[in-house]
Design a binder for this molecule. Sequence first.
Ligand SMILES: Cc1ncc(COP(=O)(O)O)c(C=O)c1O
Length: 394
Amino acid sequence: MNQLVNTIAQQTLAEIEQAGLTKRQRPISSRQGPSVTVAGTDYLNFCANNYLGLSGRQELVDVAKQALEQYGFGLSSVRFICGTQTVHQALEAKLAAWFHKEAAITFSSCWDANEAAFATVLTDQDAIITDELNHASLIDGIRLCKAERHIFKHMDMADLEQHLKDTQSKRLRCVVTDGVFSMDGDVAPLQAICDLADKYNAYVVVDDSHASGFMGATGRGAVEQAGVLERVDLITTTFGKALGGSNGGAIIGSKPLIDLYHQRARTTLFTNSLSPMIAATTMFVLDFIDQHPELREQLWKNTNYFREHMTAAGFTVPASVHPIVPVMIGEGKIASDMAKDMLAEGIYVVGFSFPVVPMGKARIRVQMSALHNQEQLDTLLAAFKKLGKKYKLI
Ligand SMILES: Cc1ncc(COP(=O)(O)O)c(C=O)c1O
């Protein structure tokens, strides 16, 4: 065994610990839900991406069990060898229809989808223009690609336009944005982005992981809410948040592009296909969302209620509409102390500080679910008000 590599790992761990940045896990012994059990104690849970509350839902467990029986546990293969079952193709056809696009391809995660999205299509003759706060998986996917990289200031349309002007000699330009940014819950100006892309003949990729399933009139995402579902060229999304909360992701778009991903994307050619149990359950989820509009209605009701009451109480909550609600604290130590105190109040929320968010912009990020009831929301508000006074935030 090599000592040197272990010594270096230990040194790095000590540095992380010294900087107060060690991430500790709290093992949950219950299903994911509006409350969870940690070390035998129940906590109200306000930090999952379980927007529609489907992650622990029995109907999904039943469908997954049936699929296990029918398709088995796994495929032991990549898609093009012997890893495609009827359920994979059925899900891809359903995703395409659901998002009003021609075709879709599934991956084991949205991370894999975003790794595939750029290098498969773009070469060194092309340019990618990407929002500075895009998700890490988009950043890494773009790094894997030889296209020239241009980073525009967060949601700054004048800066985006400048980059579009600067790259006019390129064969192809691709504009990339998150639909919703996960640290602030702010929603990208997708209409303006599509307008600029049209003006400069660029194509648009939107990662709608934090919006698919509940934003827009029918839950098709931030792209639907902005009225650009048909104009966006590619949507990438995860099945790991509102769409069931397990694993998996997809790219949805035109048939030629999706066919090319099947031929060339390294994260489909060299890695196992999505578990059939998840493929079958995700098909069920898409129908379930269509049949249960009351879930997203409740989610928005909860979100609006919490946002309004926190603002009225005097907390700083950046203006947005999304169920990600950052409660701004400022100093990192106060955010982490307050999150600990919230836990003592029976509420599970997490403090985020530098380097995850800019210095001086530490916050507690609260996330709403359709499953939270009035009593749970009021308990959360009461705890915030009590601790907000303790920490002189209100
Ligand atoms: C915007 C965004 N894109 C992609 C991902 C990755 O999704 P997955 O967990 O399916 O890999 C996440 C998850 O955190 C995300 O927030």
